[in-house]
Design a protein around this ligand. Structure first.
Ligand code: FAD
Length: 417
């Protein structure tokens, strides 16, 4: 049976960062990266551009084979983790192979969550999480003139924009009142919504899909909304959220809730096993509880900490908790959402400005807890640090409210000095 000191299950942001931090501490320990993907690592964020044709699939890879050779890591693609025996420290693959490990990282990320809609199974619907999903969707676009996207979260909107730019007539159906719920308050969302509608994308908000009916042997479909209206399209993309990939851990003894539960150094409850990224349910900076925060900065931070722990690096520090950060680009414009940007919590102080774009500051106890902007200059690093360090703004609150970026930069340069 092949064995490795370090086994990384998954080949995306969290696993790559773990690899990096392991190699900083241990240049030689045997290592394998095991992934169900057929390709070398890539970022899911490029997939909408593969769909539109702006990026070529072969150009989106984050690492090449030489990288794995240089880092003495065996890259094992097309290998689906199917089970884990923690007693014998054995990872079992769906093809019957097994690997013995000393330490193991669970970095299997998240996969699309499919809603239980009547008739959906009869349609050749699409999802967008892997390069093969993107290639499949791109090739289906060949003969298509229209698309319907279920879900107006980040994945749904990125895809809708790229489908529209590729010339399709696009409809987006969202159950909530606004697009990007959770990231932006209604006013900011409305600005984003008007960009979509002015580019010809039809938005069906506060709309629930109750049935899908196949046409042309399942290639096209008609979607029925709760109010009885119907939308017909040649393509259906389901982007209604994601779910951590934990099915292969059943019976392993690794403690699961919505994702894999980890402590402040990304350790699971099972000795020798860590978890990081979209699969991990780790500390949430704002609530102090364990939560799923499916974004790249979180996957990278957690991957680094897990890798340090796996390699026995004594400089490992506790994870301070994830702060949601999203820089959202749409139709050549940009919006930013950090922390509790959409919060309406009682007791929070909220300041909105619509001068030269939109900006929303959310403060609690004179400290920044959330920041959103659309079409305004911003500084993700500084705003994020003000939130993470809970900087007291009492002395300069008026200046901060009037000029947050400049005031924030000045404050941080004083703190960093
Ligand atoms: C279209 C799109 C746009 C996005 N845009 C943004 C954005 O703008 N900003 C942002 O911060 N985040 C964005 N995200 C989210 C971001 O991509 C994820 O947070 C990030 O990729 C998480 O990395 P990860 O390493 O935890 O897992 P993932 O990227 O989910 O990768 C999981 C890895 O595990 C492997 N795997 C899964 N199951 C198994 C198994 N059973 N056996 C073996 N291998 C397995 C997969 O093949 C993959 O290599 C976007 C995601 C999508 C899909």
């Amino acid at each position: 049976m092949p064995e490795a000191k370090y086994i990384l299950v998954g080949s995306s942001h969290a696993a790559l960062e773990a690899l990096r931090s392991i190699r900083l501490h241990d240049p030689e320990g045997s290592m394998a990266m095991i992934t169900r993907d057929a390709h070398l690592p890539y970022s899911p964020t490029v997939l909408p551009y593969v769909v539109s044709g702006r990026s070529k699939p072969e150009k989106v890879l984050l690492r090449d084979e030489d990288f794995f050779t240089a880092n003495a890591c065996t890259f094992v693609p097309n290998a689906v983790a199917a089970g884990l025996d923690a007693k014998t420290k054995t990872l079992k693959l769906a093809n019957g192979d097994s690997w013995r490990y000393e330490t193991l990282l669970i970095a299997t990320g998240a996969a699309p969550a499919i809603p239980p809609v009547k008739g959906l199974d009869s349609v050749n619907y699409h999802v967008l999480r892997t390069l093969d999903d993107a290639k499949r969707l791109r090739s289906a676009m060949g003969g298509a003139r229209s698309a319907v996207v279920l879900g107006a979260g980040l994945v749904g909107l990125h895809a809708a924009e790229n489908l529209a730019e590729a010339g399709l007539s696009v409809s987006v159906v969202e159950m909530q009142d606004h697009v990007l719920p959770g990231y932006f308050d209604p006013k900011a969302s409305e600005t984003i919504e008007s960009a979509f509608t002015s580019h010809g994308v039809k938005l069906f908000l506060k709309s629930k899909v109750v049935a899908v009916e196949a046409r042309d042997g399942g290639h096209s479909c008609t979607v029925t909304l709760e109010n009885g209206n119907t939308i017909s399209a040649d393509l259906l993309l389901v982007a209604t959220g994601v779910r951590p990939v934990t099915d292969w851990l059943d019976g392993s003894g690794v403690k699961l809730d919505r994702g894999v539960l980890v402590d402040e150094t990304m350790r699971t409850n099972v000795e020798g096993i860590w978890a990081a990224g979209d699969v991990a349910q780790a500390l949430d900076f704002h609530t102090g509880k364990q939560a799923l925060i499916g974004i790249i900065p979180t996957a990278v931070d957690q991957g680094r900490i897990a890798g340090m722990g796996m390699a026995g690096d004594s400089y490992v520090r506790a994870y301070p908790g994830g702060v949601p950060v999203n820089t959202y680009r749409f139709f050549g414009r940009v919006a930013l959402s950090i922390g509790q940007a959409a919060a309406t919590t009682a007791g929070y102080e909220i300041a909105v400005s619509e001068e030269g774009g939109y900006r929303r500051l959310v403060l609690s106890d004179n400290r920044l807890v959330g920041y959103a902007s659309v079409d305004q200059p911003f500084d993700v690093g500084v705003m994020g640090e003000l939130i993470r360090r809970k900087v007291d703004l009492t002395e300069c609150k008026d200046a901060f409210m009037a000029r947050p970026v400049e005031t924030g930069r000045r404050l941080m340069s004083e703190q960093w000095r």
